[in-house]
Design a protein around this ligand. Sequence first.
Ligand SMILES: Cc1cc2nc3c(=O)[nH]c(=O)nc-3n(C[C@H](O)[C@H](O)[C@H](O)COP(=O)(O)OP(=O)(O)OC[C@H]3O[C@@H](n4cnc5c(N)ncnc54)[C@H](O)[C@@H]3O)c2cc1C
Length: 253
Amino acid sequence: MSYITGVIERLRDLTKNIKEYEIILEDRVEPEPGQFAMLWIPRVGEIPLSFADAEDNIVKFIVARVGRVTGYMHERLMAGDRVFIRGPLGRGFTWAPSGRALLVAGGYGLAPLYFLAKNLRIAGCSVKALLGFKSDDDIFYREEFARLGEVEISVEHGSSGYHGTVLDLFRSVIRGRSYDVVYVCGKEELNLAVMRECLRAGLPVEASFERRIKCGAGICGSCSIEPLGLRVCRDGPILDGRMIAPMLEADED
Ligand SMILES: Cc1cc2nc3c(=O)[nH]c(=O)nc-3n(C[C@H](O)[C@H](O)[C@H](O)COP(=O)(O)OP(=O)(O)OC[C@H]3O[C@@H](n4cnc5c(N)ncnc54)[C@H](O)[C@@H]3O)c2cc1C
């Protein structure tokens, strides 16, 4: 797959460590929510990023500062700079045309869920989002989600919303309420814990998984989820609870 050239149109600081990048691409792309792109900065490196939004030839990414490439993006990239993307790649979320969806996000995991929430609304679904952060200063995208449905925030240290982890908040919200489907994106522990509870309750669930992705084409094997042998770049990054079930059962043994 060839690269598409993009020009950074707008950058926004969402928190101290998270920025939003609005990029105008030379060609239109039509990603499904949950799909990702490989973003390449020549002489720096290439990383996978979930589409946080896409309309015509304008895409958005939400990027947490982690290491070499994301650090370069935060420190050096400016409006007008060029980047290159390969994509859309991978398998996106599936969704029912109507019904009640519960979205559970940890930190920048909200990126693909925001794009999903927009599409769910267009498809006539009602959306409730649980957004988990470490502290008050880490909160972002609350208003963006509020425009699409109900939102609850959790912080582990601070005074906003629910006090605790987003997993605790999920457990308190799911009790006694009926949702048709649950979508989760966060650290692997969060994904697996939410998936386990949904499978026990017989609730459809999908999660976005992360591994080190290199080729992005299902060839190199660097992003395999073992022992299942699923490749995040090709079979995922969105995986259905039923695909992950053997891993959850093995954990319980
Ligand atoms: C499908 C997919 C979608 C993603 N979407 C987003 C997104 O929307 N926004 C976002 O901010 N990030 C996203 N990520 C994560 C992002 O790709 C990594 O943070 C990025 O590759 C780090 O590159 P770096 O050069 O800055 O860090 P590096 O210098 O490569 O690494 C810094 C440290 O982080 C660790 N690390 C880096 N990447 C990963 C990983 N994938 N899993 C576990 N440990 C890792 C390294 O081991 C190292 O310790 C996504 C990852 C995947 C697989």
